[in-house]
Design a protein around this ligand. Structure first.
Ligand code: MN
Length: 130
């Protein structure tokens, strides 16, 4: 059975790259380019993992991560953050918001595959104190 992944990314080229790769890896992919679209994607079938661009234009992608962690029905869904900033402060901000992992752009697909394999077999946990 193929896993359902929600990809939230505002950049069209990045989104296309991620979707093409995920589909070639056999995943079932849903997409969202804004927070509203991302929230709406949870109204139908729940994704098993979320790939989340932290910078959604003017919107903070981490709003979605925090929302997922607060909802008892969603809180075990892993969220893998994708960030252009590999700085330590961003990593901490991402993990504090409840993300399960963080990969930086440009995406290393081998690393992303490892994270997906890990998180699709392990429920997410909110970070302590979040
Ligand atoms: Mn972006």
């Amino acid at each position: 059975m193929s896993h359902r992944i929600l990809v939230v990314e505002d950049n069209e080229a990045n989104l296309e790259l991620l979707v093409d790769w995920l589909e070639s890896e056999g995943f079932q992919v849903e997409t969202a380019t804004t927070l509203d679209e991302a929230f709406a994607a949870f109204q139908s079938k729940l994704p098993e993992t979320v790939l989340l661009d932290v910078q959604l234009g003017a919107q903070d992608g981490l709003t979605l991560a925090a929302w997922i962690r607060r909802d008892p029905e969603l809180r075990n869904i892993p969220v893998i953050a994708v960030t252009a900033h590999a700085m330590l402060t961003d990593y901490e901000r991402v993990m504090r918001a409840g993300c399960s992992a963080c990969v930086s752009k440009p995406i290393d697909f081998r690393l992303l595959r490892k994270q997906l394999d890990r998180w699709l077999t392990e429920p997410a946990k909110a970070q302590p104190g979040s």
